[in-house]
Design a protein around this ligand. Structure first.
Ligand code: ZN
Length: 296
C-alpha cells in the first residue's frame, strides 16, 4: 500500500530531557531517488537508508545553506554511496552502480552484500566555516543503520540507536521508508540506558511502521509516551545542479581535452551523478568556454 502521506522529520525529547529523538518518513524522497537512478530494490534500500539518516543528521542544521555530506565506501558492488542534505530539507544521493539485486535466504534484501564491509563511513558537516567537521569510522555490517550507530558512538561519543528501513514493492517502486535516531544526552543514567534498550528491543522495522500509515509524531509518542515534540521539518528530493555548474567543470579541463570535444566530438554531454539529468553543450558553447579560458 502506497500512502499519500507527506515526508517529514520530527524532532522530540523524552524520558524527561534524557534522550533526543529524530524521526522521519522518507517514502517520497526514496521513491524519487529510485526513479532518478532507475535502481534495483537492494540498491534503492542502500541509498534510501543512507539518505534518510543523512537527512535526520541535517535536521539539526541551523541555516538553510549548511550541509551534511555522507560517503559510504564498503568495496561492495554498489561502489561509493553519496548522500547530501541541507538545512532546508533538500536531499540528494547516488551510488556508482544502482542496478544490482541481492537477497538473503529469507527473502529480505541483502543491503550489506551490495554495500560491502571493507571500508568506511564518512560524515561531513559543512557549516560555512573554513573546514567542514568530518568524522570517519570503519563499516561494521554495511547495513547502514548499524554503521551510523557506530559512527555516533565512536566519532561523536553519543550512544545512539539507529533504525532505518526501506520497503520495496514487487514492481521495484518504494512502498515505505523511514528512520529514527534515538540519542542519549551526556547526563543520562543507567536507568535511562535500560529504558532505551527496552524500547529499542521492542521496535519493529521503521519501514513497517511507515507502511501502516502511522504519523511520525504518533510513533514517537507510542514508543515514548512522555515525549515532547520540539519541531516538524520538511524533507524532499532536490538536486541543485545546473548547466552553469557543469560549464565551470568543463572550464577546469585541459585545453587539449576541450579542443578534442569541439573538433572530434562536435559537442559534449555531461550527466549529474546525483539526479542523472543530462546537460548538452554544443560546439559553439564549448568554443565560448575555451575562449573564456584562453582569455583568463
Ligand atoms: Zn543533479
Amino acid at each position: 500500500m502506497t500512502t499519500k502521506q507527506n515526508d517529514e522529520i520530527v524532532i522530540a525529547e523524552a524520558l524527561g530531557t534524557s534522550i533526543r529523538i529524530h524521526a522521519a518518513r522518507s517514502t517520497q524522497l526514496v521513491e524519487a531517488a529510485r526513479i532518478a537512478h532507475d535502481s534495483a530494490a537492494t540498491c534503492t534500500a542502500a541509498l534510501g537508508r543512507t539518505m534518510t539518516v543523512t537527512a535526520l543528521i541535517a535536521s539539526d542544521l541551523k541555516q538553510p545553506d549548511e550541509h551534511v555530506r555522507v560517503r559510504i565506501s564498503g568495496n561492495g558492488p554498489i561502489g561509493v554511496i553519496r548522500a547530501e542534505a541541507d538545512g532546508a530539507g533538500n536531499v540528494r544521493g547516488c551510488g556508482d552502480h544502482m542496478q544490482l539485486y541481492a537477497s538473503r535466504a529469507d527473502g529480505h534484501l541483502d543491503v550489506g552484500k551490495v554495500v560491502g564491509t571493507d571500508g568506511t563511513l564518512q560524515v561531513s558537516r559543512d557549516m560555512g566555516l573554513k573546514e567542514p567537521f568530518t568524522g570517519t569510522v570503519l563499516l561494521s555490517s554495511g547495513e547502514i543503520g548499524e554503521d551510523f550507530a557506530r559512527y555516533f558512538a565512536i566519532s561523536e561519543q553519543i550512544p545512539s540507536v539507529v533504525s532505518v528501513g526501506v520497503l520495496v514493492n514487487t514492481d521495484s517502486s518504494v512502498s515505505a521508508a523511514g528512520g529514527m535516531i534515538i540519542q542519549l544526552m551526556p547526563f543520562a543514567g543507567e536507568d535511562i540506558i535500560e529504558a532505551v534498550e527496552r524500547v529499542a528491543a521492542s521496535m519493529r522495522p521503521m519501514s513497517e511502521y511507515m507502511s501502516e500509515g502511522i504519523e511520525v509524531e504518533d510513533l514517537i509518542l507510542q514508543l515514548f509516551p512522555d515525549a515532547r515534540i520540539l519541531e516538524h521539518k520538511p524533507l524532499r528530493w532536490h538536486c541543485d545542479c545546473s548547466k552553469e555548474h557543469f560549464a565551470d567543470a568543463l572550464a577546469g579541463l585541459q585545453k587539449s581535452d576541450l579542443e578534442a570535444m569541439i573538433n572530434e566530438d562536435h559537442g559534449a554531454e555531461a550527466e549529474c551523478h546525483y539526479c542523472r539529468k543530462k546537460y548538452r553543450f554544443t560546439e559553439e558553447e564549448l568554443r565560448e568556454i575555451l575562449e573564456k579560458k584562453t582569455r583568463a
